[in-house]
Every structure is written in C-alpha cells, then in structure tokens.
Write a protein that binds this ligand. Structure first.
Ligand SMILES: O=C(O)COP(=O)(O)O
Ligand SMILES: [Mg+2]
Length: 216
C-alpha cells in the first residue's frame, strides 16, 4: 500500500485548452493578441499568478495591469471545464489504484478552487482524500511543503510517491526526498533525460504496475 500524490494539469487532465480559453478572454479584455495552445502550455506549471505574469510578458502588458488581469483570470478559471479531458487510461488507473487500497491525493500549483471544481466536474474528486492547491499554503511547488502537506493529510506510515509531468514536479519530489514518476506526455518544457525521475511513463495504463514496482 502507498500514499500516491498526483499533480493535476498535464498529469491527470489535459486542461491547457480551457486555460487558453480563459487566458484569451482576459487578453481580449485588454485588446491584446490571443495565445496559441503551445504558448499556453509553455506558461503552465507555476500557478495562476506566474501564468498571468508570463502571458503579460509575452504581450508586453505592464505590471500595473497585473492585479486586474489576475483577478479576471481567476474569475474565468472557476468554471473552465468544457475543453478539459482526463488523459486516456488515467481514470481507469485511479480506479485500479484505489481498488488495490492505495490512498490518493492531489498536489497542484493550480488554485485549489478551480482544481476541486474540475475534478468534481469530471466525477473524479471522490478518489482523492486530500487536495493541496497553489494557494493552499504560503509556499507552492517546487517548495516541498505542499507535497509534504498532501502526504500528511493522508496520514499513516505508508510510502509516499509523487506523479507529475513537469520540471517543477521533479524538483518538488527531489526537495521532499520522494520517488517521482514522470508522465512524458504532459506539459514539460525540456527533454526527459534532463528531468530527474525515478520512472517515466507515456501511457497511464502502465502506471499501476510501475508504481507497484517503485514500492518493491
Ligand atoms: O496551474 C499551473 O500552473 C500548474 O498546475 P499543475 O501543478 O497541476 O501542473
Ligand atoms: Mg503539471
């Protein structure tokens, strides 16, 4: 048995199209050019505030506009659901892990409200006993505190594994001293070989066996 903590965006769900739609609504509000999907993906990973900062930088929008754009972004984020899908095999993998008695949690840099809302919308929230978002603690990933907090909420003595898709997730697991499973098909920005990981996978159907191997 293990405590298995998952990242969310780019790991369990392909949420970039919804994030892009929200971002483009905010950009339209200030008369700026829209983001491509590739740009959107490249801005994801460090939470909503950093996302807004990166999109402003890309469009030359001044710091003075940050507060209003961040607020508008969070507003739209609250029900950004329609274009988001779980990765193929992810739901079955979560179900199997739970059947086997593992305890699951989420540690994401997405704000906790939108993270909870999208999981509820996809009927996945009940799989997770804990959810730590990018705004749940004063620290966010790659600080190890949110990952440790997610594991602590699960409680018990079982081993803790982290599953994620990005450089930030790898750094977080390293800082926490925990094994890390890297999904190669998410939103990473660099080559797999340069991202520290214990195992890597490109198909969620392989995840239960892989995680079992990490515990052996
Ligand atoms: O919202 C973000 O920037 C990142 O979200 P993630 O931590 O679930 O990948
Ligand atoms: Mg991610």
């Amino acid at each position: 048995m293990a405590r298995i903590v998952f990242d969310l965006d780019g790991t369990l769900i392909d949420s970039a199209p919804d994030i892009r739609r929200v971002a483009n609504g905010v950009l339209a509000g200030v008369g700026a050019e829209k983001l491509s999907l590739e740009e959107t993906v490249s801005f994801i990973g460090d939470g909503a505030g950093v996302f807004v900062h990166r999109m402003r930088a890309a469009r030359g929008i001044p710091d003075a506009d940050h507060e209003a754009m961040h607020a508008a972004f969070l507003d739209g984020y609250a029900d950004a659901h329609d274009l988001t899908t779980p990765y193929p095999g992810a739901v079955a993998a979560l179900e199997l892990l739970r059947e086997r008695g593992h305890r699951l949690a989420i540690c994401t840099n997405k704000p906790a409200g939108p993270a909870r809302a999208i999981l509820e919308h996809l009927d996945l929230l009940a799989h997770f006993e804990a959810l730590i978002g990018g705004d749940s603690l004063p620290q966010r990933k790659p600080d190890p505190a949110p990952l440790r907090a997610a594991a602590e909420v699960l409680g018990g003595e079982d081993a803790v594994l982290y599953v994620g898709d990005s450089e930030v997730d790898a750094a977080t697991a390293q800082a926490a001293g925990l094994p890390f499973a890297l999904f190669s098909g998410g939103y990473r920005k660099t080559e797999i070989a340069t991202i520290p990981h214990t195992v890597t996978f490109d198909n969620h159907a392989d995840l239960p066996a892989l995680l079992c191997g990490m515990l052996a």
